[in-house]
Design a protein around this ligand. Structure first.
Ligand code: DUT
Ligand code: MG
Length: 579
């Protein structure tokens, strides 16, 4: 509930629409409540006195009232849908912007499936709730109070039937609500889980096929699907008991009214028309009570959804610019790690990097070597501030990266991440992702340096070739070279290549290296490599092991001083080496 109240701040800009919707709804209720009264007039004044004119004129009034009610209702729908849809769009925009502002650490906290569910079905729940609120929630109490007061005022004795009826139905509604409440939250939870399973499966469908895990995945999906289905079924079953039961009670009340009312008619204390009107008012009093049961469901499912949406909106990006952040411009590219320790967990436990100290001078070519899981990617993630060091500091040209404006920092860093992501669009658009205004010459120059130009020109459409979703029409090595070209195009002062040539043959790799050496002589380069052949010419080689630098220096130095390095060298290039 409280989360619904918080999310309702999004209704603020649409006050006017909301007020209009509520006023129109009030008019609907007035028109609706007048109809039983008009029936009463037709019967008591028209039929009883055989007064045809009265019958016709009142019937026309009745038709007028119902047309008015329909018109008001349409007006109400227009305003309430407009307000709640606009509000939905506003929340969606805020959610999207929020997710964009997330750091890598924030993104680790949510799965893609969770975020998608919150952006779609949770938001729909909240939107539906506000539409319902504006169309039904206000109408129900008005109807209830209105028809009950009319009943009490016109015939108090007869209205006493309601004093039995309301408590009985209320108990029923209460029982229903308390049973049904937990279901709604569970439905959304299960939907979220289902989406997660589905999303993982879609992303990894090739792996699923490769490992012949179709049956297993089908089962996992079926399981999630069934869980959702069963929850929904249980709820529907409860509904299917509840509504007929309330109908029985309502019909019993009608019988009671006709019985007591009939006796009153015989005694001459009331009219047939009043009884007719009363039967109608029984429905319009009880209908809102029944609606209450439905609303309770809506409220709990919407508040469960609102809570999940607010979780995303409340999440603070854990990496933010300081208010007085320094804008970097024209940097030289000196990178220093000083006593850096880093852990993925928030409490700083189990550090994956420890006691890191090194200096990369401007224009230096730094190679990072180490077995898988030794912390190479974690190390380079600290330079563009994807994560913050847990202890110590990372500085660029003497500025602590935590003190500088992130945008200015990152626009100086060209990076090709270990996992290449391309966007749907042309090859050209992908290469100039970081600099959309780059000219064709610049794009080609970057592509040539990345040894991508030739294969791009090999496609019939060249740079206009569409890249499929996740780069499906490209080979692994081709994708990597596009990613390198993309990083080069921004003419960075610091270039980071995380295992970016792992799927490229050695010959091409050497050409890329030569081109970088030539074109980016002033750029500080960090190159993570598995192959020792890649690092032979580096100005500085850092050998990482379990998050620590165990050796550093040039190739020739390391061959003499570091047994680990020599071991790697021998296994790859030395006598008896594989290559
Ligand atoms: N790790 C996490 N969370 C992450 C990423 C990594 O806990 O989001 C852990 C896994 C590993 C350590 O950090 O124990 C270092 O991982 P990193 O990815 O830095 O290793 P790498 O040297 O880049 O390995 P690879 O050569 O496989 O890319
Ligand atoms: Mg890595």
């Amino acid at each position: 509930m409280s989360e619904l109240r918080r999310i309702s701040k999004y209704t603020k800009p649409y006050r006017k629409e909301i007020v209009a919707a509520i006023i129109l709804l009030g008019l609907v209720v007035v028109a609706d409540l007048s109809i039983p009264r008009l029936i009463q007039v037709i019967i008591d004044d028209g039929v009883a006195n055989k007064d045809m004119d009265k019958i016709i004129s009142t019937s026309l009034l009745m038709i007028g009232a119902s047309i008015l009610s329909a018109v008001f209702m349409i007006g109400n729908t227009v305003f309430s849908v407009r307000a709640s849809r606009k509000m939905e769009a506003d929340i969606r925009e805020d959610l999207f912007k929020k997710i964009q502002s997330f750091s890598f650490g924030n993104l680790d906290d949510f799965t893609t499936g969770q975020l998608l569910t919150r952006l779609s079905s949770d938001l729909t729940q909240v939107q539906m709730f506000f539409t319902m609120l504006l169309r039904m929630f206000t109408r129900a109490p008005l109807m209830f109070v209105g028809s009950l007061s009319i009943m009490i005022l016109t015939n108090f004795e007869l209205s006493r039937v309601m004093f039995v009826m309301i408590p009985v139905t209320s108990i029923l509604v209460y029982m229903f609500i308390s049973r049904v409440q937990p279901f709604f939250a569970r439905v959304q939870e299960r939907l979220e889980y289902l989406n997660q399973v589905m999303q993982e499966n879609l992303v990894g469908i090739r792996v699923v096929k490769a490992f012949v895990r179709r049956d297993y995945e089908n089962e996992r999906f079926e399981d999630a699907n069934n869980q959702l289905f069963e929850t929904q079924l249980e709820f529907t079953q409860l509904l299917s008991i509840f509504f007929p039961l309330t109908m029985v009670i309502m019909n019993m009340a009608t019988v009671a009214i006709i019985y007591y009312g009939g006796m009153q008619v015989f005694a001459g204390t009331t009219s047939v028309g009043t009884i007719m009107a009363f039967v109608n008012y029984v429905f319009s009093t009880m209908f809102p009570v029944m609606m209450l049961a439905m609303m309770a469901g809506q409220i709990s499912s919407a508040s469960a959804s609102a809570e999940r949406i607010m979780q995303v909106l409340d999440a603070e990006p854990d990496i933010q610019d300081k208010p007085d952040a320094i804008k970097l411009s024209n940097i030289k590219g000196k990178v220093v790690f000083k006593d850096v320790e880093f852990s993925y967990s928030e409490d700083g436990g189990d550090p994956v990097l420890r006691d890191l100290n090194f200096t990369a001078e401007p224009g230096e070519n730094v190679a990072i070597l180490g077995s898988t899981g030794s912390g190479k990617s974690s190390l380079i993630n600290l330079i563009p501030r994807f994560y913050d060091a847990t202890k110590g500091q990372v500085t660029i040209d003497g500025y602590d990266v935590r003190d500088v404006d992130m945008e200015s920092l990152r626009s100086n860093i060209g990076i090709s991440l270990q996992e290449v992501s391309l966007f749907s669009g042309t090859i050209r658009d992908n290469i100039r992702y970081g600099r959309p205004d780059a000219t064709q010459e610049e794009v080609e120059q970057a592509a040539k340096a990345a040894q991508a130009h030739d294969f791009i020109m090999g496609f019939p459409n060249g740079y206009d070739t569409m890249v499929g979703e996740r780069g499906t029409n490209l080979s692994g090595g081709q994708k990597q070279r596009l990613a390198i070209a993309r990083a080069l195009l921004i003419k960075p002062k610091i270039l980071i290549l995380d295992d970016s040539t792992s799927a490229v043959d050695i010959e091409t790799e050497i050409k890329i290296e030569e081109a970088l050496e030539e074109q980016l002589a002033e750029t500080t380069r960090f190159v993570i490599a598995q192959r020792i052949s890649t690092v032979l010419n580096a100005d500085q080689i850092l050998v990482l092991d379990e998050g620590k630098i165990v050796a550093e220096g040039k190739h020739t130095e390391l061959m003499d001083t570091s047994p680990i390095y020599k071991e790697i060298y021998d296994s790859q290039l030395g006598n008896g080496g594989a290559q």
